[in-house]
Ligand binder design. Structure first.
Ligand SMILES: [Zn+2]
Length: 164
């Protein structure tokens, strides 16, 4: 079993182009297809996804990447045939994409963005560490905004965290 990086993906472009781009993710009912993003899963059927997220000039939705967004979308699967990379897909479908991921196993987060010309910007960092009054340390994503409600599993105090 891989670790999973949970991603929030934002795609901008013409609705038709966004739709073609989104078809590259792996859905519940994806069967044989010519090209796809390696190990990048949307836990929905295509029809449900389309109804819920597509139709406008911006689509924003969640994707689960095995290991990391980088390994799935930038490196691609090591066969270069049916797997397309983010750069290729952005150029092909003329969309601009921004992705933020959180991986809690190794506690890293990524920011990946690519524009219509295939210009890629990538950043990957360890999540900030917080220390409880009891000394327990835990990592939370930078954008995590429920820290005051977070209970320490060790001493059971709530919201007693300071940034390390
Ligand atoms: Zn504690």
């Amino acid at each position: 079993m891989p670790n999973w990086a949970s991603g929030c993906v934002r795609v901008e472009g013409d609705p038709k182009d966004i739709e073609e781009f989104c078809k590259l993710f792996l859905f519940f009912d994806t069967d044989s297809m010519s090209q796809y993003f390696a190990r990048s899963f949307i836990h929905q059927k295509w029809g449900e996804f389309k109804k819920e997220y597509l139709g406008g000039n911006i689509a924003e939705f969640g994707v689960e990447f095995a290991w990391s967004g980088h390994s799935c979308l930038v490196e691609g699967y090591p066969n270069g045939e049916e797997c397309i990379t983010l750069i290729e897909a952005c150029k092909k479908h003329k969309v601009k994409v921004a992705i933020d991921t959180e991986e809690s196993g190794f506690a890293f987060e990524e920011h990946i963005q690519c524009d219509r010309d295939g210009d890629l910007i990538e950043e990957s960092n360890y999540m900030p560490t917080y220390v409880c009054a009891c000394g327990e340390e835990i990592s939370f994503p930078t954008n995590y905004d429920c820290l005051d409600e977070e209970e320490c599993w060790k001493c059971e105090k709530v919201g007693n965290w300071r940034k390390k």
